[in-house]
Design a protein around this ligand. Structure first.
Ligand code: HEM
Length: 498
């Protein structure tokens, strides 16, 4: 009897599991959404892994993770930090980082026939975001062992290597448990996330100690004291030493023993004002981490794609140089001078059309049931825009696989930017908050590079880059190019270290 009961239970459980999986995998068909037929055991996992799609596009911190009223409040509080005025103040920092890049590459040209530009650019974008966002004088460009660089690299490496995706695909209910466990592990072990949080925490504490009148205006300061920094004439910080600040009074070492960060951070906002509830320390830390990761990963990859395409198109480089000479001449590059460079803008737009690096983060949750033709989107469902395919769809683009910046110089294609067929930075109220920051950084860097070097394909360059997805779509390994120094380069700006 017991044996019969056991056999019956196993058979019944198998039928139930089969029914559950069939029902689960049938969702898209029921909603009228086409696509490859899922297998009973693995769903569409094979197709997804084969094409290197990411599985958790919205797993991040800060703004990425927030929704509805919470997101709206944060976005309102953070938006002024990216105003034209604030960005103008940050451009000298970007320009200085680009000068260091040129110097570093000048040295490399003497020694190497082929340079991996991707790793060099990652270091530069880390220095830029470190300084503009947190006033940190990271030295990633000149020191490969810079702790921020080491930790951030190991964080992204770990993200590439994750082996839990298949499990989460089969049992989506485990999502919360797995991420909770990961949080716990990172809390008790010195994971890169823990180290970076610790660093952010120390910046926040140091800045709180300095108060609203500290003579700096970076993102942390703007988040801590939005009202004070909004109206004042204070300027962008050129950065502090790794121990956070040169001021001995608030100097703190990032390698100091671990503290219970979450407990010691305030969860109540300081001095709440009528109408606006300022960000709490925990929120500021989450937003800081988001800016750090978003600013480092996407911008480094986009600049690497820029180099790669220019190496393949020397004629465009010469036209860019002409444009710089006509529009800027010997003047220094700043916020104003980079505005009048239409060909540069076109090249930037075309790079982002072919390589929309953040393609898999443009998603929205449906707030109500909607019907689009035969497709039904139920309330609560997450919908992801497949920007990569959209940007290469022959229905919208002539010769879509070809790098052709000229397409952006026609009025018809310029209009396309506002028609939801071109979405490198997303769209609507939730579009990338760092869009102008990233654009200015890329343009300043590339103007200085084109002024200083000819970019060529090296003997070991790849015609088509191998790409991987780890949240953003980034080069899998090196991006090899050859640089030849031009006769006249950029002048090194006078650097004010204070
Ligand atoms: C070339 C570089 C970059 C690209 C291609 C890029 C792209 C994107 C995209 C596609 C989104 C989603 C937009 C949507 O859902 O409509 C996004 C969101 C976001 N980006 Fe960027 N990004 C870049 C650089 C940056 C930088 C430098 C920062 C910060 C300094 C940043 C911070 C953010 C944040 C915080 C969000 C979330 C916005 C929200 O949900 O309100 N990004 N980005």
């Amino acid at each position: 009897m017991l044996i019969e009961f056991c056999v019956f239970s196993v058979v019944a459980a198998s039928f139930l599991l089969k029914w559950h999986l069939e029902y689960h995998y049938d969702l898209f068909r029921r909603l009228g959404i086409g696509g490859p037929k899922p297998s009973l055991l693995t769903g569409n996992l094979r197709e997804i892994r084969g094409k290197h799609f990411p599985l958790a596009p919205k797993k991040s911190l800060g703004l990425f993770l927030e929704n509805d009223a919470q997101w709206k409040r944060s976005r309102n509080l953070l938006t002024p930090a990216f105003s034209t005025g604030k960005l103008k103040m940050m451009t000298p920092i970007m320009s200085e980082a680009a000068d260091i890049l040129v110097e570093r590459l000048t040295d490399k040209v003497k020694e190497e026939n082929s340079t991996d530009i991707y790793s060099v650019l990652q270091s530069m974008t880390l220095d830029v975001i470190g300084r503009c966002a947190f006033g940190l004088q990271t030295h990633a460009q000149v020191d490969n062992n810079d702790m921020f660089l080491v930790k951030i690299r190991s964080l992204f490496k770990a993200m590439t290597k994750t082996k839990i995706e298949p499990l989460l695909m089969l049992l989506p209910g485990l999502n919360g448990v797995v991420f909770g466990l990961k949080e716990m592990v990172s809390f008790f072990h010195a994971s890169p996330v823990q180290w970076l949080r610790q660093a952010m925490y120390q910046v926040i504490m140091a800045r709180r100690a300095l108060g609203p009148n500290a003579n700096v205006i970076d993102l942390v300061q703007l988040m801590l004291f939005p009202d004070q920094t909004r109206s004042s004439g204070i300027h962008a910080s050129r950065g502090h030493e790794h121990s956070i600040c040169k001021d001995p009074e608030i100097s703190v070492s990032l390698s100091s023993p671990k503290e219970d960060i979450v407990k010691s951070l305030s969860t109540k906002p300081e001095s709440p004002k009528v109408g606006v509830t300022p960000l709490t320390d925990i929120e500021i830390m989450a937003h800081s981490m988001t800016f750090l990761l978003a600013g480092y990963e996407t911008s480094g990859a986009v600049l690497a794609y820029f180099f790669h395409e220019l190496a393949k198109h020397p004629e465009i480089q010469e036209r860019l140089l002409e444009e710089i000479n006509d529009a800027i001449g010997k003047r220094d590059i700043d916020y104003e001078t980079i505005q009048g460079l239409p060909l540069f803008d076109a090249v930037f737009d075309e790079v982002l059309r072919l390589y929309p690096t953040a393609t898999f983060i443009t998603s929205r949750r449906a707030s109500e049931d909607r019907q689009y033709g035969d497709v039904k989107i139920p309330a609560g469902m997450n919908v992801l825009a497949n920007v990569w395919s959209l940007h290469r769809d022959p229905e919208y683009w002539d010769d879509p696989e070809t790098f052709r910046p000229e397409r952006w110089l026609t009025e018809q294609n310029c209009k396309r930017k506002s028609s939801f067929t071109y979405l490198p930075f997303g769209a609507g109220p939730r579009h990338c908050i760092g869009m102008r920051f990233a654009t200015i950084e890329a343009k300043i860097t590339m103007v200085k590079i084109v002024q200083s070097f000819q970019i060529q394909m090296a003997h070991d360059s790849k015609e088509d880059l191998d790409l991987i997805s780890r949240g953003a779509i980034v080069p899998e390994k090196d991006v090899k190019i050859r640089l030849v120094k031009r006769a006249t380069g950029t002048r090194r700006r006078a650097v004010r270290h204070c």
